[in-house]
Every structure is written in structure tokens, then in C-alpha cells.
Design a protein around this ligand. Structure first.
Ligand code: SF4
Ligand code: SF4
Length: 105
């Protein structure tokens, strides 16, 4: 198995690991955020959003941000890009794009 220098993770670039990256070294979770695992991300359209909160209910990473009963955004530091929120949204307010597409936007 390949080994990785955890201390150099700050230098991680999506182009180095376009399919997402999980460091296998034990005890490294305090070194970086789980959003780095992601190869795709959800994009939120607040105009289409009905604040039904289905995405909030189903997100396995508690990454749907809500204030006063209304969705305010997505915590991309911790969203792992599973796409569950997009599947559950009935109003077309969420879509997935690749990290490469996000970088170009
Ligand atoms: S893609 Fe997955 S982890 Fe990210 S906000 Fe949607 S449900 Fe949560
Ligand atoms: S599931 Fe869709 S409509 Fe409902 S709160 Fe989430 S983004 Fe908005």
C-alpha cells in the first residue's frame, strides 16, 4: 500500500487526486477536513428551494446548513459528495457537479 506524508496534505490539489482522496494513515483526522474526500459536490439553487428540509433529514454528514427553519447553504468542509441530497430534493434545487467543474466555474 502506498504511504502518504500527512503533514504535506495542506499542499493537496484536486488535480493531484481528481477522484477524491482518503489518507490511510492512522490518526490523521485532525489534520484535514472530510470534504477532501469528495470528487463531486452539490450545488444549491436558493430560488428553486422550498425549504422542505428533506435534504437536511437525509444528509448523512449533517452538511445542510439551516437557520430559523430555512436552508442557508451547504457545509463543503464536511460534505463528502454522496449525492443523497440531490436524489431526495423534489424541487430541482440541488444538482451535482464534479470538483473539476466547480473549479472552472
Ligand atoms: S452530497 Fe451527501 S454529504 Fe453532501 S450535502 Fe448532499 S447528502 Fe450531505
Ligand atoms: S430538499 Fe430541495 S427544496 Fe427541500 S430544502 Fe433541500 S434544497 Fe430546498
Amino acid at each position: 500500500m502506498a504511504t502518504f506524508d500527512v503533514d504535506s496534505f495542506e499542499d493537496w490539489k484536486p488535480s493531484d487526486f481528481p477522484q477524491g482522496f482518503v489518507c490511510p494513515e492512522a490518526g490523521n483526522s485532525v489534520k484535514y477536513k472530510t470534504g477532501g474526500w469528495r470528487s463531486r459536490r452539490p450545488i444549491w439553487d436558493p430560488e428553486a428551494c422550498k425549504n422542505c428540509m428533506l435534504c437536511w433529514v437525509y444528509c448523512p454528514d449533517a452538511s445542510i446548513q439551516v437557520k430559523d427553519g430555512a436552508m442557508t447553504g451547504i457545509d463543503l468542509d464536511h460534505c463528502k459528495g454522496c449525492g443523497v441530497c440531490v436524489s431526495e430534493c423534489r424541487f430541482g434545487a440541488l444538482k451535482m457537479i464534479t470538483e473539476s467543474e466547480a473549479k472552472e466555474a
